[in-house]
Design a protein around this ligand. Structure first.
Ligand code: GSH
Length: 198
């Protein structure tokens, strides 16, 4: 398998942690992608030019980090990323985690990619509201940090991303999640192992 991503992509990190936590990373090569380059291989694999994208051993292209996690489940003895017994809860929390990362990305792109003269603060506030409401809901009912399912992995990656890009002061506003992330890190060294050197 070949994974196209960068060391800093939060969606890419999600896939890397899932592979490591479930014993699928040995046969996986990671190649650096550049979504901003027209000539990059990534656009040939995923026409949307988004990472992560996975090329399977038989040459198939899979993209959308959640779909890659679905694919990993097909390689395991039973689904562990989206366990059957709690499928809908896990998928819902996973969707929430994905939305947190997406809102964080949109804030960062607005600040980094758009010229200052065109920056639109109400849009940044709109995205920050999604993160704030999402983290409040998760604080009340977090996924179990002892299971490396799609919901827990994605939340951990969202918090790691906010630590790096500082879209929100989650540690100050949602301190219960600090203990949650520490518990996840203790159970799954893959979290620290996939931290990029920012
Ligand atoms: N829904 C996609 C989102 C992937 C995504 O937005 N990746 C970002 C990097 S973390 C990206 O490729 N951005 C460049 C772009 O949107 O052109 C997934 O889950 O994989």
């Amino acid at each position: 398998m070949i994974l196209y991503s960068t060391p800093t992509s939060p969606f890419g990190r999600k896939v890397k942690i899932a592979a490591r936590a479930h014993g699928l990373s040995d046969g996986m090569r990671i190649l650096k992608a550049d979504p901003w380059s027209e000539d990059d291989e990534l656009r040939r694999i995923n026409p949307l030019g988004k990472m992560p994208a996975l090329v399977t051993a038989d040459g198939g292209a899979i993209y959308g980090s959640g779909v890659i996690l679905d694919y990993f489940d097909t390689l395991l003895d039973q689904p562990r990323l989206f366990p059957r017994a709690r499928m809908i809860e896990t998928r819902t929390l996973h969707a929430l985690g994905d939305g947190l990362i997406e809102a964080g990305l949109l804030i960062t792109y607005e600040k980094q990619r758009r010229p200052d003269a065109f920056r639109y603060d109400p849009w940044i506030d709109h995205q920050t509201g999604k993160i704030a409401r999402g983290l409040a809901v998760i604080t009340d009912a977090p996924p179990d940090p002892a299971f490396a399912d799609a919901a827990a992995i994605t939340l951990a990656c969202a918090l790691g991303y906010f630590d790096w890009r500082q879209q929100i002061d989650w540690r100050g506003r949602y301190p219960a999640l600090i203990a949650w992330l520490n518990a996840f890190r203790a159970s799954f060294p893959a979290f620290d192992e996939t931290a990029a050197e920012h």
